[in-house]
Design a protein around this ligand. Structure first.
Ligand SMILES: Nc1ncnc2c1ncn2[C@@H]1O[C@H](COP(=O)(O)OP(=O)(O)O)[C@@H](O)[C@H]1O
Ligand SMILES: [Mg+2]
Length: 244
């Protein structure tokens, strides 16, 4: 079942006289339980694609369907609600609130959605366990390493049990070891929880943990590969070489 679908989407940014074609006629389907990576050079439209898929921005043309519902027919308010309930976001610079503890940061989406935290305590405990931060739950972001902060952000993205988690360069600010831990955590949540995930990355090692990689170039899908074995960068490097 397709959980997320983009049909022939385009995005133009207008900057005064200049128009930038950030995406041009992109078709993109994510099946439930899939782990997809999006790769491509800087400026190829990766972040734009992720923003459109998650309803953070509107396409100029084409249609995004999230959980069977077309975003274009929803009001801004409905899109905001659909995004809050159905999409978890992870960003390169974690975007945690500095004054809140790890645990409080994780509960934030529940609070915003008007949920009673008490009813979710066991879920929060499970998520802290999943990301390996049970003993760091009362730490503030500045008392955590970059990798730990990103794990808080991942638990926060999961807390609403979203249909899909969208991550934009989640390892971009981490050293290779912490980055690999983040990718393994995402891989595990796909395998064990059936979490559907789309990760944007320019790092072949990070992308190697996905089931499938979509390559963008100049705002268009240039190519796609399915990966057989996690952690093997050889087929990715080969494909990147062909595209260069
Ligand atoms: N808000 C914006 N306004 C104008 N141009 C933008 C904006 N966001 C991105 N762009 C342009 O769109 C293109 C794609 O950007 P982006 O999606 O951020 O690429 P990537 O994430 O692959 O580096 C680039 O040429 C970029 O300069
Ligand atoms: Mg980007």
């Amino acid at each position: 079942m397709a959980i997320l679908e983009a049909n022939d989407i385009s995005k133009q940014y207008r900057m005064g006289e200049v128009t930038v074609d950030a995406l041009v006629g992109v078709d993109f389907v994510v099946e439930k339980g899939e782990f997809v990576a999006v790769m491509g050079p800087s400026g190829s439209g990766k972040s734009t694609l992720l923003h459109l898929l998650g309803g953070l921005d509107k396409s100029t043309d084409g249609e995004v369907t999230l959980g069977g519902r077309k975003l274009s027919v929803m009001s801004d308010k409905e899109v905001t609600l659909a995004r809050r309930r159905n999409v978890g976001f992870v960003f390169q610079f974690y975007n945690l609130l500095p004054t809140l503890t790890a645990e409080e940061n994780i509960t934030l989406p529940l609070l915003i959605d008007g949920k009673k935290i008490k009813e979710y305590q066991s879920k929060i405990d499970e998520l802290l366990e999943l990301v390996g931060l049970t003993d760091r739950r009362r730490h503030k972001p500045d008392q955590l390493s970059g990798g730990e902060q990103q794990r808080v952000a991942i638990a926060r993205a999961f807390v609403n049990a979203p249909d899909i988690v969208l991550a934009d360069e989640p390892t971009g600010n981490l050293d290779s070891r912490a980055g690999e831990e983040i990718m393994k955590l995402l891989r595990r949540s796909c395998d064990e929880l059936g979490q559907t995930i789309v990760v944007v990355t320019h790092d072949p090692k990070a992308a190697s943990f996905a089931d499938r990689i979509v390559f963008l170039k100049d705002g268009q899908i240039a190519s796609e590969i399915r990966l057989e074995k996690g952690g093997d960068t050889a087929p990715i490097l080969e494909r990147l070489g062909e595209l260069a």
